[in-house]
Write a new protein. Sequence first.
Length: 261
Amino acid sequence: MLRDAGNLYNCTMTSPLSNIRIVLVGTTHPGNIGATARAMKVMGLERLVLVSPERYPSGEATAMASSADDVLANALVVDDFMDAIAGCGLVLGTTARLRSLPQPLFDPRTAAEKAVVEADAHEVALVFGREKSGLNNEEVRHCNWLVNVPTSEAYSSLNLAQAVQILAYELHLAAIGGGPGETLPPDWEPQPPERLEFYFQRLEEALLAIRFLNPAQPKRLMQRLRRLYLRARPDENELNILNGIVSAMLETARERSEAKD
Ligand code: SAH
């Protein structure tokens, strides 16, 4: 199983766009995959990852890609969403609707400017959902930020490849727009989703062990905590401290329950 989609690319380009991957999740219509490849290539994006597409490869995809068939040929196909975003320091999810308990929400221009600044330092994923149902909650909960293209209130759902086109255009504008207006702290390297996930599993275990989390009445505690950490985006040192705290909680809970026996 593929663990880090980033490592399979041999990037020689120096543009920050070479660190940005477009991820399509559960795409139904192969024409949208081809049109996405075209939308990407005209804006200088090359890295496409497909999570469990319904029909792919497909002549329809190739026809819609036109001269972007190389982007299709280089696309990675994976089964697991976590494989598609592995190794990414920033994961942006796109959504046509606003959700309860949302992550920070940006418009395409702001999101693209921030993504291009970060892509100088680490891998970035821009994730698009299924034509019918978008991204599910499980996928959204791995996104640091969400992006919404402002639309008419009467109808907010863009065609998938058209949504990709708008974001790709903004990324291109941000990339050619000169030097970054913003710089990242030099010693800050946010941890990728797979490391955070490991921490979340242990945190849940520890909160159960100290009886802070009541399995009968979880009250969306883990969702709220996930959202807090996704906003904070801990670096390696910080995550080591957090994991250390969890270890101490588990150890103390174990000692207490042994003392009672
Ligand atoms: N009915 C679905 C719409 C999915 S449209 C829903 O409610 O979520 C397919 C994908 O195109 C979405 O998952 C998203 O990635 C993208 N998309 C469509 N409209 C968008 C918008 N207004 N802003 C951001 N992304 C959008």
